[in-house]
Design a protein around this ligand. Structure first.
Ligand code: AMP
Length: 403
């Protein structure tokens, strides 16, 4: 799908003593000045360590949050530099800007094998506007461009797209390469049977991925808030459960698409329901799908569905999971997602291939205590994974040098 060039395709003299601009995804949660989940920082290590070993001057650049184009200390990457220093085991110079003469001077003083992190790219509105002058300024800091930020590859910003006009070679980092390889092979040649599990809150945000996966999978299991729109569209009673009435027509079209394609499109047979979600003392009740009383809300798939979904997973060779099947943030409604995670881990151990398609399902498995290596691949991108799996061309990948 994408014939891009990776770090190992460059000759040593293209890296040694060269200033290398690495677009990383260091958009990590920060609370009271402390970095929370460090998954994204760890994921960027292989490229950075490779560049250090090969004596490059490593310039790391990232966005953090949504500072709306203005400097805002709440979104400073300074605490991230500190946290990353510990993970990397060597000093990381932090520069309080991402462009300008001072930054340039400071970079020119760095010796080969050293690492610096620039301040939040989104402190400039020009970043998200993919402004040409800003892109040129960023490019002027370096001699080589590496994009290892798969999570922002679906955005055409200065640091992901505009910069490439002024800075080549422009290649993919190891993390980016791995994402393209893993997600790409899933779409082009999955070992069959291939099952996709799609959850999350809304049908509206998952129409394209559902349609793409109905075409490519043998089985598609649908859970989460989005399943109720399908159930209501087929005449079922869903009580107060999440529903997008204006998407019922699309839901029926997707069911028809699956029927024509011969893909098994499977919905939950039961749900865990409550009268009042906010009453934490209320015990959820399993209720058959399509029979939820008017005053109740479905918040997770029920035990019959968990078992059924786990059986489909065990009978597959490849499984992709995108989106939790319940409100897993509340432990009362995590059992369905837990059952799926456990079934995936078992399949992976038995030689199957499991892929977690980023975002909330990645957070869910981490919260359940699983590790990266319990699965075949955990995508680091939320929106980017989704768009890739929808079959879209991601602009940040499209602009990189081709093999
Ligand atoms: P998404 O960002 O669309 O993948 O949705 C993820 C969110 O869907 C998570 O925060 C879940 O809490 C939520 N979710 C899953 N199942 C349900 C449900 N039955 N009702 C409401 N929200 C749900």
């Amino acid at each position: 799908m994408y014939e891009i060039i990776g770090l190992e395709d460059l000759r040593p003299e293209q890296i040694q003593n060269k200033r290398v601009f690495v677009r990383v995804d260091f958009n990590v949660p920060i609370q009271n000045g402390q970095v929370g989940d460090i998954t994204r920082l760890r994921a960027s290590l292989p490229s950075i360590q490779y560049l250090i070993k090969n004596k490059a001057i490593v310039i790391l650049a990232s966005h953090l949050g949504r500072p709306k184009g203005k400097p805002n200390s709440e979104f400073s990457l300074k605490p991230v530099a500190k946290a990353f220093e510990q993970i990397l085991g060597q000093s990381v110079s932090f520069f309080p800007d991402c462009i300008g003469a001072d930054v340039k001077d400071a970079i020119h003083k760095l010796s080969p094998g050293s690492v610096c992190l620039l301040e939040n790219l989104r402190f400039y509105a020009q970043e998200e506007a993919n402004d040409e002058a800003f892109s040129k300024e960023l490019a002027s800091l370096a001699e080589v461009y590496v994009n290892d930020a798969f999570g922002t590859a679906h955005r055409a910003h200065s640091s992901t797209v505009g910069i490439v006009k002024f800075l080549r070679p422009a290649i993919a980092g190891f993390l980016m390469e791995k994402e393209i390889r893993e997600l790409g092979s899933l779409l082009s040649r999955p070992e069959r049977p291939f099952t996709s599990i799609i959850g999350g809150s809304k049908v509206s945000s998952k129409i394209d991925i559902l349609s793409s996966l109905i075409d490519k999978s043998d089985v598609v299991l649908v859970g989460g808030g989005m399943s109720y729109t399908f159930i209501k569209a087929q005449g079922g009673k869903i009580g107060q459960s999440l529903c997008e009435d204006d998407k019922m027509k699309v839901a029926l079209e997707l069911i028809e698409q699956a029927r024509k394609k011969g893909t098994a499109l499977i919905f939950p047979q039961d749900n865990l329901c409550v009268n009042n979600f906010d009453d934490k003392s209320e015990n959820p009740q399993p209720i058959l799908a399509g029979q939820i009383p008017d005053n109740m809300t479905g918040c997770d798939i029920g035990p019959i569905s968990s078992e059924n979904f786990a059986r489909y997973i065990s009978e597959s060779k490849t499984v992709l999971w995108n989106g939790p099947v319940g409100i897993f943030e509340d432990s009362r409604f995590a059992s369905g997602s837990k059952a799926i995670a456990a079934a995936l881990v078992k399949l992976q151990k038995n030689g199957g291939k499991t892929i977690i398609g980023g975002g909330d399902s990645a957070a869910a498995v981490a919260g359940f205590g699983y590790h990266d290596n319990d699965f075949g691949h955990i995508s680091t991108g939320g929106g980017a994974s989704l768009e890739f799996l929808e079959g879209k061309i991601l602009p940040g990948i499209e602009v990189l040098d081709k093999a």
